[in-house]
Structure formats: structure tokens, C-alpha cells
Unconditional design. Structure first.
Length: 250
């Protein structure tokens, strides 16, 4: 199976590398040349546009930062959809609103192609370890066809509904991530100012009803004064804006 990947950022680059290691014939494109060269050294081929990736492959994956870029890559000049053909599978791993996913799905279907919105969770570590959770919106038969590709990058791959529903579930995840991080930080600061040891707070609350994945991730970073960002604030704010858009439509 010939696979394409567009968008070799912090998430896309390790995800694409697993596809090469799994033995897929991979064609890649990204705005930055460095990650492309890295994938080429691993055995991938390079394409000069998203459309060229589509022309050379059977399954096209994307992992991109914003809805505007996603729409440009799929629908714009030299984009994926204008170059697609009947029977192809297009998969978007980006975090976007459900309306964006449904627009791209409709455009793909007009060309006879199938589309899955497949946003991921697990961060850079999950991408590096091929343990990502994938929330799939789209046709069950299409997912079945795409599963060997997705299994090279993720462990918990779940169809959550039709096109757009993968994006909805990812936005629910992002809302909870933001809430839980803020709650963990506020809780620890309260405890420390009241005289508690932050390590003890983590040890006890980490196995109590107040625990969360983000608490168990955040408190050790606070204790170690490790403030290296896993993602940019701009992307989280983008996600919160998308959540507000969806909520405003209900």
C-alpha cells in the first residue's frame, strides 16, 4: 500500500517515521525541508506539493496546525482533493472543528474518495512511541481498510461516529485537558502555600478521586521545575476557540 503524509511537525514527523519502519511505501511533503530530508534518509520519497502526494499514493494522511492550513492543503491550489481519485482514502489527524472535517469529507466524496477525521491524543511521546489514541469519524468500512496504516502509529483506535464526530470528541478531550491542567496547578499551589509537600500531594491525590492524567503529568513537572512545553499556547488557544464555536452552535 502506498501511503502519503503531509505535515511533518512535532507530531507528524514521528508518526510518518513509523510508517516507513512498518514497511509502507511512503511519500511526504512539508513546508520545512529538514523533516522531509530526515524522512527521505529513512526511505521515504519527497513530493513538491500536497497534490503530488495524492497523485503518488493510495492513502493520504495529514497532521497540520490550524483549520485554515488544513483547508488549504486539502482544497486549495495543488491540494489533495483536486488531485485525488476514486477509491483513495484521505485521513486528517489535525485538531479542527467538525464543520471543517465535514466540508473536506463532502469534497472528497465528490471525487469518489473516502475521508476520515482522525485526530490524535497522546502528545509527542505518544507519537514517538506509536501509542496514540485516535478518534475516528467516518465510514466503518473505510476505517477497516485504513486500519493497517493507523495501527503503525496508534494503539487505541476507535470509531466514534460519522464524519465530524472524531473532531467533536477530540475537542471534548482538549476542553478537559485545559480544565484539568488549570485545576491541577491551582490545587497544588493552594496545598504548597498551606504548607503541604507537592510530592506528597501527588502521591496521595494521584491515586484518589481527584486524580487525572493531566494532574499526574503536571505535578512532577512543577516539582522538577520542568517547564519545557509539549505544545504551544497558541495551539491550545486555537482549540479552545474551536470549542467555543461548537458550543455556540448548540
Amino acid at each position: 500500500m502506498r501511503v502519503g503524509f503531509v505535515g511533518l511537525g512535532k507530531m507528524g514527523r514521528p508518526m510518518a517515521s513509523h510508517l516507513v519502519k512498518a514497511g509502507f511505501a511512503l511519500t511526504v511533503h512539508s513546508r520545512s525541508r529538514g523533516p522531509v530530508d530526515e524522512l527521505v534518509r529513512l526511505g521515504a520519497a519527497a513530493a513538491d506539493s500536497p497534490g503530488a502526494v495524492a497523485e503518488a499514493t493510495d492513502v493520504v494522511l495529514t497532521c497540520l496546525p490550524t483549520p485554515a492550513i488544513v483547508e488549504q492543503v486539502f482544497l486549495g491550489e495543488k491540494g489533495i482533493v483536486p488531485a485525488t481519485r476514486s477509491g483513495q482514502i484521505l485521513i486528517d489527524h489535525s485538531t479542527v472543528g467538525p464543520a471543517t472535517s465535514r466540508r473536506i469529507a463532502a469534497a472528497a466524496q465528490e471525487r469518489g474518495a473516502d475521508f476520515l477525521d482522525a485526530p490524535v491524543s497522546g502528545g509527542v511521546v505518544g507519537a514517538q512511541n506509536a501509542t496514540l489514541t485516535m478518534m475516528i469519524g467516518g465510514d466503518a468500512a473505510t476505517l477497516e481498510r485504513a486500519l493497517p496504516v493507523l495501527q503503525a502509529m496508534g494503539k487505541n483506535i476507535k470509531r466514534v461516529g460519522d464524519n465530524g464526530q472524531g473532531s467533536v470528541v477530540k475537542l471534548v478531550n482538549q476542553l478537559l485537558v485545559a480544565i484539568h491542567v488549570a485545576a491541577a496547578v491551582e490545587g497544588v499551589v493552594l496545598g504548597v502555600k498551606a504548607g503541604a509537600d507537592p510530592r506528597v500531594i501527588h502521591e496521595v491525590i494521584g491515586t484518589s478521586f481527584g486524580a487525572s492524567a493531566m494532574l499526574n503529568r503536571t505535578i512532577p513537572m512543577m516539582v522538577d521545575r520542568n517547564f519545557v512545553a509539549g505544545t504551544s499556547i497558541a495551539l491550545l488557544l486555537k482549540d479552545l476557540g474551536l470549542i467555543g464555536d461548537v458550543a455556540g452552535e448548540l
